[in-house]
Ligand binder design. Structure first.
Ligand code: NOJ
Ligand code: CA
Length: 552
């Protein structure tokens, strides 16, 4: 293994950090094959440093058949050759650490890819064998086992069961997959599975990874005892029985797994951290975010907040109180690789059902791009001023809109093809980034891009925005860097704006005020030094759809 430059620093670096999500295949292509890679990321570390982020979270970079954008992992302890090599990974860690940036890897423990050696071994082995026991294989019902074992649906298609052909050529057992059929679920009652994941966690910790984002962290442990199999006619991860009684999600025993990883995390200096992607009830999140477990859990509350001051206040207050009560640290998220970019969401009327709108035609109503961008930047500034960590998704710092016109034949997302009920593709937020105004793939690489980029990318490229003081990029740079000097104790106090319920105003203990104007007319700002404003002030007033930071 290559020499690493380890970044030793405060153990609490992640309590109030800005973390930038990279979708590796769409960030920067260093070897001209149209697919983003580690070389590309290494070459852009100076960009990340200038942006001022504390850490990078990289979506999966492991060998994968790409049935689900890399969330189908064929080997947890290697790099997809299309993305790079382990040596390049070491180099990336070193380059990031030298720039003072931490690295969070994406761990996918609910399922592997169907190309994983252990799944292939299971297919070759006999029913009831130790190889099959690492996954969830069951006999089918009916005279010849031709009926699937239960009515459980998957997230990406009608059924969570796929029948295999046995080594003797006969139709055989079925295996369970909550997502695509290329994503067989692990059996977390199996000791070998547990041990192998501990090995993986240690492997990446040793390579200098500072933390892990845990994919569908609430789904690992399932109730499969005494022949029980989950049944579910629709797949909605938010429909979960309370208090750990659901047979699929959020079962208490999942925390034993995270406690065992915590033991590993704590063997390092500083201890490694974890952040759970757990779609569970608010009162169940603390267990994931506990420092006995992963340490942090995404608060997805703001995704549905819309442009509504009362709702934003309620959700922010709730998440802060929750994290306070559990002795943890909240997180804020507006965009990631699974959802329509927030600059587009805010360009639609409040309350628009995005799924329906997308499926209908994506143009009725039309996205108000200008409004969307203003509100997106205002919300970002608001979230950056709240206690806790903020996760940014690549391209939002350019104010990127969702790409809405990718032809169906060029889409890659299994959700689009296999879940017609949802009909929502995640490809539009995964289109490779524009770095330059012109050229092949707008500087993403020198030889095209794996998803088509729109013409309007030129005007929102890094090159176009870099020197423009009024660009979204420079607004993000200013906000993220300024924030470092402002971060303070994790408290806020809401300030009532005397005449206007459309204004949200809070102050942090060090006199850092944040004011957002959700109304339609400019509003007066509190006295003090205006440090940042997402739109230019109008006669000293804060315009509609804007946020300002004031210090006094
Ligand atoms: C959540 C990931 O963010 C998403 O992209 C993926 O499809 C599912 N988990 C399954 O791994
Ligand atoms: Ca490449």
């Amino acid at each position: 293994m290559a020499e690493h430059t380890f970044l030793v620093g405060p153990a609490d670096w992640w309590h109030q950090a800005v973390i930038y999500q990279i979708y590796p295949r769409s960030f920067a292509d260093g070897n001209a094959d149209g697919i983003g890679d580690l070389k590309g990321i290494i070459s852009r570390v100076p960009y990340l440093k200038e942006l001022g982020v504390d850490a990078v979270w990289m979506s999966p970079f492991y060998p994968s058949a790409l049935a689900d954008g890399g969330y189908d992992v064929d080997d947890y302890r290697d790099i997809d050759p299309r993305i790079g090599t382990l040596e390049e990974f070491d180099q990336l860690v070193e380059t990031l650490h030298t720039a003072g940036i931490r690295l969070i890897a994406d761990l996918v423990p609910n399922h592997s890819g169907s190309g994983h050696k252990w799944f292939q071994d299971a297919l070759k082995a006999a029913p009831g064998s130790p190889e099959r026991d690492r996954y969830i294989f069951r006999d089918g019902k009916g005279a010849n086992g031709e009926i699937r074992p239960s009515e459980l649906r998957s997230h990406f298609g009608p059924t969570a069961w796929t029948r295999i052909t046995e080594p003797n050529g006969e139709p055989g057992q079925w295996y369970m997959h909550l997502f695509a059929s290329e994503q067989p679920d692990w059996n977390w009652d199996n000791e070998e599975v547990k041990a192998d994941f501990r090995k993986t966690v240690k492997f990446w910790c040793d390579r200098g990874v500072d933390g892990f984002r845990i994919d569908v962290a609430h789904a690992l442990v399932k109730d499969l005892a005494n022949g029980h199999l989950p049944e579910r006619e629709s797949f909605d991860m938010s429909v979960i029985k309370p208090n750990g009684t659901d047979d699929l999600f959020d079962r208490d025993a999942v925390h034993e797994i995270y406690a065992s990883w915590r033991e590993i995390f704590n063997q390092y200096n500083p201890p490694r951290m974890g952040v759970a992607e757990a779609w569970v009830a608010a009162d169940r999140l603390p267990a994931y975010a506990s420092e006995k477990g992963l340490g942090q859990a995404f608060a997805f509350d703001m995704l549905g907040a819309g442009w509504d001051p009362a709702r934003v206040k309620e959700l922010a207050g709730g998440a802060i109180k929750r994290s306070h009560d559990m002795g943890s640290h909240t997180t804020w998220v507006l965009s990631n690789h699974d959802i329509i970019r927030h600059a587009t969401r805010f360009g639609l009327p409040n309350g628009t059902d995005i799924g329906k709108w997308y499926k209908a035609n994506r143009f009725d109503p039309k996205v108000n791009v200008e409004q969307g961008l203003k509100r997106a930047n205002a919300m970002t500034a608001l979230l950056l001023a709240l206690p806790g960590s903020t996760y940014l998704y690549q391209g939002e710092e350019l104010g990127l809109q969702e790409v809405l016109d990718i032809p169906a034949e060029l889409m890659q997302d299994p959700q689009f093809f296999r879940n017609p009920e949802l009909g929502l593709s995640r490809d539009g937020c995964r289109v490779p980034l524009p770095w330059t105004r012109e050229g092949s793939s707008f500087g993403f690489g020198s030889n095209g891009s794996h998803l088509p980029q729109p013409e309007w990318y030129s005007a929102v490229s890094v090159e176009a925005e870099d020197k423009d003081p009024s660009s979204t990029l420079n607004f993000y740079r200013k906000a993220v860097n300024l924030r470092k000097s402002l971060v303070t104790a994790q408290e806020i106090k809401w300030v009532k704006h005397l005449f206007n319920k459309n204004v949200l105003h809070f102050v942090r203990p060090n006199g850092w005020h944040c004011v957002t104007n959700f109304g339609t007319k400019p509003v007066a700002l509190p006295k003090g030094q205006v440090l940042l404003s997402s739109l230019p002030l109008a006669d000293g007033k804060l315009p509609a759809d804007a946020t300002a930071w004031i210090k006094r």
